[in-house]
Design a protein around this ligand. Structure first.
Ligand code: ADP
Ligand code: MG
Length: 695
């Protein structure tokens, strides 16, 4: 039995046969420095190359191995030069297409040559095509079997290929004879999965045996995968906890409630804060008095009044002489906040400025200068606030609205923006309700407050599902609403992930509606408009000059037009429930009864109907989020699709959600009693990347 459990982490990756200085540099880009790093660089998925699929049985986007004879190989001069090689078997033919190729490559693909290739069929001009498939020329079909076992697929970086890293993994496994990976988790974890040797797990996962259960491994549900996914999720949890501890070891200003200013602020409001708003503000006030940076996330359903809570928190900060930065994801939203903050805070003698991309160079220069000089108290802005030359005299609080639209690192740049070195408190706000266990893992460094109550007098939005075929009736309904001086949104959804197509679709719809509704003033906003054009249209709609606003999903976040009480959503089946809920939140902001009409397409499946039915049954964002999570996984909900963060090697937050309670329990206990083990786990999973992890 091998000894030296700790050596894996101490041995440089160059001990592996075939790894020299140059390759070691490439591997470093993947965070691989030690033998342990290489062994824990686990395949994030597997592909099945154990059998040959008849060409006629290929399905779109389903990766497969095929084998056939070359019919032709030609260089084509389309928009881009490509090598197009057609192969056929008894069941059909297929084109392999290469945009990078050599003359020698073409010459070898003579008609009649037998090739075996592995790829993912896409729809091309000639039917199904493989783009840049891996392929081999088969000299003797009986001599060369397809793979015996599942093929692992690894995360790559420039300068290293799948076959190369597979080879390296094989070499690294040989080292397991001399060095065992240390077990850091309590024995009950191994028992939970029936796994008692990490070495066995690593061997199995890097090189699954031929009889491995294919479906289970592809789904990530093999006990070895689950055991390691558990440790990976635990490592992420510990990392966030550590980041939190590190952030909170710093000092931030102690800020008390500015009673007098608060009275004056509340006296000018046309309403009183809800109980929930007051409670959340209380949480914030406690944080601000602790002398260490606040790290708080405020979740509140659309329309719950997060802006007011942010403004009241800002008031305490600026009353003490510090500055506040508020970042929003879009200019429309930033302007709306700018107006609200100006209206609330300027009468009390504070200066509010705004900083967005569209400012003229001279205006921007002046604003940046006055922020640095401490002449403005609150700066509302977009991403423009993150730019290097934007520095504050003394930033006491950084507020990020709709935080899932930003990356953690963007939020963190605000921490280093005080010229006098002040570490700001952080407040992040989100309307996307995230189920608790998920939030505890994804945002473990943040404390939570929830505004779980809407201001009084809101009537829930009445939602109906109607077929496209009844469009004329819907148009009648718009006319009736406009006659009563109500305003209407018509939302066009994305055909695919293309803002250009969506814009074209919205333009077309606007034309159709203009023809059908001649007496109505109709506006159009979509992502292809210049920011200034977008703003002008939104402003006109807010001012009531436009009665009907045709829009793409760009209006999704935060825009507040209380008089809008009818929303039509075309093809709602294309969107996730959480996104639909956000959209629908644009209506029902005043006291008049509001309606949301979901105009679905012809071929709505039973399943889709059921999914959309959830929207009809409830207005509760949390309930909707739970359903959305179950249906679509967490990426959508956490916004990681946008920011590309939180990548796991083999864990999947949705699939493995059942482990999270145990992970939190074991994680907390390790932090309390075995900090040295925490160190080792973090080292194993993050290694050299650790220094970049912050809160
Ligand atoms: P969200 O939480 O979606 O960001 P907003 O902050 O935009 O919501 O608030 C939605 C609307 O509710 C705004 O018009 C705001 O002025 C109003 N509002 C906020 N708090 C209250 C309250 N306590 N009573 C009545 N209206 C409120
Ligand atoms: Mg908001």
């Amino acid at each position: 039995m091998s000894a030296h459990p700790n050596e894996l982490a101490a041995l440089p990756v160059t001990v592996v046969k075939g790894v020299g200085g140059k390759l070691a540099q490439t591997l470093a880009k993947l965070g691989i420095h030690t033998l342990q790093d290489l062994l824990f660089h686990l395949p994030h998925r597997y592909v099945d190359r154990t059998r040959i699929t008849p060409i006629g049985k290929l399905r779109l986007n389903m990766a497969a191995v095929v084998q056939g004879c070359v019919v032709s190989a030609n260089i084509q001069f389309g928009r881009r030069r490509s090598l197009a090689c057609t192969i056929e078997d008894d069941t059909g033919s297929l084109m392999m297409r290469f945009y990078h190729f050599s003359a020698a490559q073409k010459d070898k693909l003579e008609p009649g040559t037998l090739v075996r290739c592995y790829g993912e069929p896409r729809m091309g001009t000639t039917g199904l095509e493989f783009y840049h498939p891996e392929y081999d020329i088969v000299d003797d079909p009986s001599a060369k079997p397809v793979e015996e076992a599942l093929t692992p697929v690894y995360g790559l970086t420039e300068g290293i290929t799948q076959p190369r890293i597979r080879k390296l993994a094989e070499q690294a496994l040989l080292e397991l004879k001399h060095h065992n990976p240390a077990e850091y988790l309590p024995p009950e974890v191994g028992q939970m999965f029936g796994v008692d040797s990490l070495a066995d797990a690593l061997r199995y996962l890097h090189a699954p045996p031929p009889d491995a259960p294919v479906e289970q491994l592809i789904a990530g549900l093999h006990p070895y995968q689950q055991r390691l996914a558990f440790e990976e999720l635990l490592a992420h949890y510990l990392a966030r906890q550590e980041a939190r501890a590190r952030a909170q070891a710093e000092a931030s200003p102690v800020l008390r409630v500015a009673e007098q200013q608060r009275q004056a602020f509340l006296a000018q409001l046309p309403f009183t804060p809800t109980f929930a708003q007051t409670r959340v503000l209380g949480d914030i006030n406690r944080d601000l008095q602790e002398g260490k940076p606040m790290l708080r996330m405020v979740q509140g359903d659309v329309g719950s009044g997060k802006t007011l809570v942010a403004a009241l928190a800002a008031l305490d900060v600026i009353s003490a002489g510090y500055q506040v930065a508020l970042v929003a994801p879009t200019e429309i939203l930033a302007e709306q906040h700018f107006i609200a903050f100006s209206n609330w805070l300027e009468p009390l003698g504070f200066n509010v400025a705004w900083l967005v991309g569209k400012l003229t160079a001279s205006k921007r220069r002046d604003t940046v200068a006055s922020i640095a000089a401490g002449e403005v108290d609150v700066v509302v802005g977009t991403h423009a606030l993150f730019q290097d030359d934007v520095l504050f005299a003394s930033l006491g609080l950084a507020i990020v609205d709709e935080q899932h639209r930003f990356g953690v690192n963007q939020r963190l740049t605000l921490r280093q923006k005080s010229i006098d070195g002040t570490i700001p408190h952080q407040l992040v706000m989100t309307a996307t309700p995230i189920p608790r266990t998920l939030a505890m893992t994804a945002y473990a460094e943040l404390d939570y407050s929830v505004i779980d109550e809407l201001p009084p007098g809101r009537t829930p939005v009445n939602t109906v599902l109607i077929s496209q075929k009844r469009r004329p009736q819907v148009i009648e309904r718009i006319l009736a609403a406009c006659k009563e001086n109500k305003q209407v949104y018509w939302v066009c959804t994305l055909v695919e992930d293309s803002e250009t197509l969506a814009a074209a679709n919205a333009e077309e719809t606007a034309e159709l509606l203009k023809n059908a509704l001649k007496d109505i003033n109709i506006g159009l906003v979509h992502g292809r408009l210049k920011a200034a054009e977008k703003e002008a249209v939104m402003k006109a709609f807010k001012a009531g000059e436009l009665q009907l606003l045709v829009a793409t999903t760009v209006i999704e976040v935060g825009v507040d037009v209380p008089n809008a009480s009818l929303m039509i959503i075309e093809n709602p089946e294309r969107l996730g429930l959480a996104q639909l809920h956000q959209l629908r939140g644009r209506v029902g902001r005043g006291s008049i009864a509001s309606h949301c009409v979901m105009l679905y397409g012809d071929k709505l499946s039973m399943q889709a109907k059921e999914r959309l039915g959830v929207m009809r049954e409830t207005n509760d964002g949390f309930e909707i989020a739970e359903k959305d999570l179950a249906l679509r996984g967490p990426g959508e909900l956490l916004g990681t699709r946008q920011t590309g963060e939180m990548e796991y090697r083999l864990a999947d937050l949705q699939r493995d959600a059942g482990m999270l309670d145990d992970i939190h329990e074991i994680g907390d206990s390790l932090c309390a009693h075995h900090p040295e083990t925490v160190e080792k786990i973090l080292n194993r999973w993050f290694g050299a990347r650790r220094e970049y992890m912050q809160a």
